[in-house]
Design a protein around this ligand. Structure first.
Ligand code: C2E
Ligand code: CA
Ligand code: CA
Length: 965
């Protein structure tokens, strides 16, 4: 224990136990505190083996090993050791420091110094326990919670956090957001955290995060700062609240609210619309002509429109709230009441025709009334709506219509015209009795059939085509149609198709009216034949010849001639005069036959009248052919004719003109051929001559005539003669035709045929015509002033006069000047004038018509080509040409022609004057066929003016009154 004493002094006073061990771990020294501790450990017994009691065997071994290690190395060591064997008062935990402490003899020794750390250990354990409690507590919470230190490193995360993000907490602990989240997001988190540190308090904000299932959730972060012992910011703690559901609920609620707002808005609109509609309805109600009212079940008027007010004759204010008894008389009110009840009982609309006396006008009115029960909200009848229409007018109109319809039907059914109505398929829907009577099978054969089905034939094709065009174009049309209701009958009708439109504006049906113009048609046919062919020889006449000549000229071929031959029989007149007309006619017929035999196929032989024949020879290569033909003609006509049992000899002369050599003009060619023919005649008979320029000698003669004619106008060498016109019955003088005469000094009277054509050609006729007009007017005035019957003067107007524009004006002037009344005059014009496509003629004629002048067609029948002008122009009189009249008793064809002309005139309502009546027989024929007026040598030749005044009122046919000058 010496050593103990050696150190005992400083060590023994230390409050903590200190024990010195030798290198073998043998205890060498213990201070007081150590002794006490050991004693406590061994509970007063021998302290030799106290360490074994204090430590567990494991800790003891560690303890002894450390002593030996320190003893050897000299390097201090420390051990924390639990002291299981010490009583409570000494504590259970010690930190033992081993320090090398060699003895003075350098023997290694180790000091073990004991520091009681029980208190600290206990505090540590307590802390651990609390932390674990908190951790468990947080883990049990369903809300994700996290904490971070001041540097932003995650300190703690609870289980809910792990589950929410689907990431184990190890991935977060100790890391910042920059290591756990994408950079941008991390930056946001960091900024928010810093803001919290700066501001303190509790930070709340909403955010969107992706949860474990990658679903985006709305969350609310709640964060707060926590501090350490010294009050410095140590970190933050935060919780994440999933508010997705709440938000959805919120937005749903908001949507709901908005929906309600919208609905509300719509309801307001609806209400507005309804009130607008009601206002419109009321306007409509007030404007409609029908009477409208509404009554409740008690019969009080709730509503009425303007028409009703008018009908009742009171303003609305005096109607509404009142009943029928206040407005109508009791009987009527009873009736209305009853009708209303009937409608209420029937529960549907009831229609009645009510005869009512209108209170406003006291007029009996037919009302077509509809009463309709009106239902209230509960489904019970709340009242009666009434709508009434005034049918009186309509009823009257319908009756009128029915009457009209009856009238029309009577008209149509009794019309001499055929009437049919066609549907869109061209089938007949209606035929009138006239039409039905025409058809073999009656109406049955016609109805439901198309024209092609009945009567069929070529006419029906045209007919259906016209029908279809009317259906397509809706424009009416008129055409002539020849058709046969059966094989034995032929009919010519003027058909007029009229479109009948349906409500859609399309043609629904077509009305066809057919007028029988068979008579007119036949007459026209006859006239046509007569107009183009010579009745005696059946050869083409001058008209047809001229036409063919013009055609031949326009078709002429280069290097060929078109020749015109004029043939004149030298002794015909003698035969005619000595042997009579019948023989003369036979001679002409035979001559025609011989002429036709002389020419080629394709040549035309024509008779121009009298003994004048012409031949047209187109496409003639040279003169030799013409010479041959001419010679043949002369030879053949030289041969004797056997007439009336006697041999008769005549001869002929031929003149020839060539196109294009002599002229390219048809008229010239005829003239030249004529000149050549006269030359042939003059230079001895039985010859032919070609036209040559020398023949214009004749033209020179004409020139001198022309200059004389001009002078004659100035010298007053003209005189007017008048030929009376008489009624065929009774030969009463009713007028006269003014005929021009030229009293040529030294030559006597020259007939107009010899100078009028020249006057026309030169235009002199205009002045001459004005003179004639004035003269004739003066005569008319003279003969009509007095008490006798009217004497109408006919004046010939030539076509040339119409070419001067102011013809109508001239006529007006002359009438004014002479005091002649228009009804005392008639103008004679020729057909050719009307065929000219010249509106000035029509307008002049219209003007004459409007002035009251009448118009006659002179020489009617000679120039015919189209009769349509007869209806187009205002024509009063037809003058049948004297060549027709003179043959009516000898020639059946001429007789037919005159009858045809008379029938046309009858159809068209025109007067007919027969010209050139020379015999009683002619007069009788004309009278028998309906002609009323005649002019001719039978009654009188043209007379000088004074002779007319002294004529008796009735002429004696056959007595010549004066010699024809
Ligand atoms: P026109 O207008 O056909 O006149 C009737 C002609 O027939 C007259 O010949 C008349 O003398 C003749 N005539 C009358 N009764 C008979 C009869 O019973 N038998 C025969 N064979 N002939 C009869 P006119 O006077 O020589 O006149 C010839 C033509 O001259 C007229 O034919 C007419 O076209 C024209 N003309 C006469 N005066 C005028 C006139 O003032 N102005 C115009 N522009 N032309 C006139
Ligand atoms: Ca005449
Ligand atoms: Ca005439």
């Amino acid at each position: 224990m010496d050593a103990e004493s050696e150190y005992g002094e400083p060590l023994s006073n230390l409050p903590m136990p200190v024990i010195r061990y030798d290198a073998q771990g043998q205890r060498r020294y213990m201070n007081g505190a150590a002794v006490a501790m050991m004693r406590a450990a061994s509970e007063g017994a021998c302290a030799t083996n106290a360490e074994a009691r204090v430590f567990s065997s494991e800790a003891l071994q560690q303890y002894l090993d450390t002593i030996r290690e320190v003893a050897i190395t000299g390097v201090a060591r420390e051990l924390e050791l639990p002291f299981a064997g010490l009583p409570q008062t000494h504590g259970e935990h010690y930190l033992v420091q081993f320090v090398s402490h060699p003895t003075p003899d350098s023997a290694p020794a180790v000091l073990a110094i004991y520091f009681n750390i029980t208190a600290r250990k206990r505090a540590e354990a307590k802390l651990r326990e609390r932390e674990s409690f908190l951790e468990s507590l947080l883990d049990t919470m369903p809300i994700p919670v996290f904490s971070k230190d001041r540097e932003g490193r995650y300190l703690h995360l609870n289980r809910a956090f792990e589950e929410f993000l689907g990431v184990p907490k190890e991935r977060f602990i100790g890391k910042t957001v920059f290591e756990t989240s994408p950079h941008e997001l991390a930056q946001t988190y960091f900024a928010m955290d810093e803001e919290l540190f700066a501001k303190g308090g509790i930070q709340r904000y909403e955010f969107k995060v992706q949860n474990a299932t990658k679903a985006v959730r709305d969350v609310e972060f709640s964060k707060a700062v926590f501090h350490d012992d010294e009050g410095h910011q140590a970190g933050l703690i935060g919780a994440i609240l999933d508010i997705t559901e709440r938000k959805r609920a919120e937005s749903e609620q908001r949507a709901q609210y908005e929906k309600i707002l919208q609905l509300n808005g719509r309801l307001e609109d609806k209400a507005r619309e309804l009130s607008d509609a009601r206002a419109q309805l009321m306007t409509v109600l007030h404007t409609i002509p029908d009477l409208v009212w509404l009554k409740d079940t008690a019969g009080n008027f709730l509503l009425c429109n303007y028409s009703f007010e008018q009908f009742v004759g009171r303003p609305k204010a005096e109607i509404l709230g009142k009943t029928d008894y206040d407005i109508f008389d009791a009987e009527l009110a009873d009736y209305f009441r009853e009708r209303d009840k009937a409608a209420i009982d029937a529960l549907h609309v009831c229609v009645n025709d009510d005869w009512v006396v209108a209170p406003s006008t006291r007029e009996r009115t037919l009302l077509e009334t509809r009463r309709l029960p009106v239902f209230g909200a509960g489904g019970t009848v709340a009242g009666v709506l009434g709508v009434a229409r005034d049918m009186s007018e309509r009823r009257r109109f319908e009756e009128k219509l029915a009457r009209r319809e009856r009238e029309f039907r009577t008209l149509v059914e009794n019309s001499p015209d055929t009437v049919a109505r066609y549907g869109r398929d061209c089938r007949r829907l209606y035929v009138n009795p006239t039409f039905a009577a025409l058809a073999t099978g009656g109406a049955q054969a016609l109805l439901g059939r198309t024209p092609a089905e009945y009567p069929g034939g070529p006419g029906s094709v045209l007919y259906e085509q016209q029908l279809r065009e009317v259906f397509a174009t809706a424009s009416d049309r008129e055409f002539e149609l020849v058709w046969g209701p059966d094989e034995n009958k032929e009919l010519c009708q003027l058909i007029r198709l009229t479109a009948e439109l349906g409500v859609d504006g399309k043609v629904e049906t077509v009305l066809a009216v057919g007028r029988d113009i068979s008579e007119l048609h036949a007459s026209r046919g006859k006239i046509h034949r007569m107009a183009y062919f010579d009745a005696l020889t059946a050869l083409p006449n001058r008209v047809l010849f001229n036409e063919q000549l013009r055609q031949a000229i326009s078709n002429s071929k280069h290097g060929h001639y078109t020749a015109v031959m004029m043939i004149d029989m030298d002794r015909f007149k003698g035969v005619n005069d000595t042997m009579g007309h019948a023989v003369g006619d036979e001679l002409l017929r035979e001559a025609a036959r011989r002429l036709v035999a002389c020419v080629r196929v394709g040549d035309t032989v024509a008779r121009f009248g009298g003994d004048e024949f012409a031949v047209l020879l187109p496409e003639t290569a040279d003169r030799c052919i013409l010479e041959e033909i001419s010679a043949r003609i002369i030879r053949r006509l030289d041969e004797p004719f056997l007439l009336d049992g006697r041999e008769v000899f005549i001869s002929c002369s031929v003149g020839i003109a060539l196109h294009p050599l002599d002229s390219t003009d048809a008229k010239d060619l005829l003239r030249y051929a004529d000149s050549a023919m006269y030359l042939a005649k003059r230079s001895g008979r039985r010859g032919f001559r070609f036209y040559t320029k020398d023949l214009t000698v004749e033209a020179t003669a004409r020139l001198s005539l022309e200059s004389e004619l001009r002078r004659a106008v100035d010298l007053g060498e003209f005189e007017l003669y008048y030929q009376p016109q008489v009624t065929l019955r009774g030969a009463q003088v009713i007028g006269s035709e003014a005929l021009l005469r030229w009293n040529r000094p030294g030559e006597g009277f020259i007939p107009p045929d010899q100078f009028v054509p020249l006057a026309e050609e030169t235009g002199l006729i205009v002045d001459l015509g004005r003179w004639v007009l004035r003269e004739a007017c003066c005569s008319a005035v003279e003969w009509n002033t007095g008490r006798g019957p009217r004497h109408r003067v006919s004046i010939n107007l030539s076509a040339r006069q119409f070419q001067s524009r102011d013809l109508a004006l001239t006529v007006k002037d002359v009438l004014d000047e002479t005091g002649c009344r228009p009804e005392w005059l008639e103008f004679e014009i020729t057909e050719s004038l009307l065929l000219e496509e010249d509106d000035s003629v029509l307008s002049a004629l219209r003007e004459f018509e409007s002035m009251g002048l009448s118009i006659a067609i002179d020489d009617f029948g000679t120039g015919y080509s189209a009769l349509s002008y007869l209806t187009r122009f205002p024509i009063d009189t037809l003058k049948i040409d004297r060549t027709f009249v003179q043959r009516v008793t000898t020639d059946r064809r001429h007789a037919e022609l005159v009858k045809a002309i008379l029938s046309i005139a009858r159809c068209l309502g025109q007067r007919v004057v027969a010209e050139g009546v020379e015999t009683i027989e002619q007069a009788a024929f004309l009278d028998a066929h309906g002609c009323e007026i005649a002019q001719g040598f039978l009654y009188s030749v043209p007379l000088p003016k004074p002779a007319i005044a002294s004529l008796p009122r009735h002429l004696d046919p056959g007595a010549a009154y004066t010699v024809n000058p």
